[in-house]
Ligand binder design. Structure first.
Ligand SMILES: *Cc1c(COP(=O)(O)O)cnc(C)c1O
Length: 236
């Protein structure tokens, strides 16, 4: 039986750990993607997380700046211990100031212009904003993310911003019907990541894999997986 948030979290963490062990890799970090779930669900999951993994800071992913802000303010008003907020959805430059204030991580940086806007708006007195470059790894038309060939120049633009910390790469491979077929895209991401690491100290995060393909992503070297449905159930 897996009913409570803690049961779901426990089962998920166990399956991630098992997948890592099977492929001889360290266990990935979990990002709980809470978009379109109410703040009550986030609060319950944060509390389950602290019981399940004392000492870890629960990390939540959102797609929209406004939705994240409402949740962050509600949680802060409730006065619990801190959580980490990650933006995983597309960010428009005109929301960069809000995002620079709110998020600990932005995983969807895909242009020099956006990197510059985030760097300009991040308060220099705070810890740097952690940044992942989103890569359109399957070259899908109309999808956000930079081309693999643009990663070195974009990485250099982020690294040049003192208020930003370049941490790695994020991708959402094409939703091929069989998750197994996404594995090859994950492998290409891993190669890009390995090459980026030789260029930039501090790069340590490869964010890939969601509810239905997290284990495949781990087998190909994901260091962070982003899971929504498997933790929170279907979205409203
Ligand atoms: C919604 C979303 C997820 C989580 O997807 P699930 O299939 O619900 O696990 C992960 N990453 C991004 C960028 C998303 O938008």
């Amino acid at each position: 039986m897996q009913n409570t948030p803690r049961d779901k979290l426990h089962a998920l963490l166990q399956s991630l750990d098992n997948a890592a062990r099977r492929s001889g890799r360290p266990a990935p970090r979990l990002l709980a993607v809470s978009k379109r779930h109410p703040v009550t669900a986030v609060a319950e999951m944060a509390s389950a997380w602290r019981q399940e993994r004392p000492g870890e800071v629960p990390a939540f992913g959102e797609n929209y700046v406004q939705e994240a802000r409402a949740k962050a303010e509600a949680l802060a008003a409730a006065g619990g211990p801190p959580v980490e907020w990650h933006l995983v959805g597309h960010l428009q430059s005109n929301k960069a100031a809000l995002a620079a204030d709110l998020f600990d991580w932005v995983q969807s940086v895909d242009s020099v212009r956006l990197a510059a806007a985030l760097g300009r708006h991040r308060d220099a007195g705070r810890s740097p904003m952690n940044v992942l470059l989103q890569v359109n790894i399957d070259a899908e038309p109309g999808k956000h993310g930079c081309a693999p060939a643009d990663v070195p120049a974009l990485a250099a633009a982020v690294a040049a911003q003192p208020a930003l910390a370049l941490r790695g790469l994020m991708a959402i491979p094409a939703p091929l019907p069989e998750p197994e077929r996404r594995r090859e895209a994950f492998a290409r991401m891993r190669a890009l990541f390995d090459s980026l690491r030789t260029q930039h100290a501090g790069v340590d995060t490869l964010s890939m894999g969601m509810s239905d393909d997290a284990e495949l992503a781990i087998a190909e070297g994901a260091t962070m997986v982003r899971v929504g449905t498997a933790l929170f159930g279907p979205r409203n």
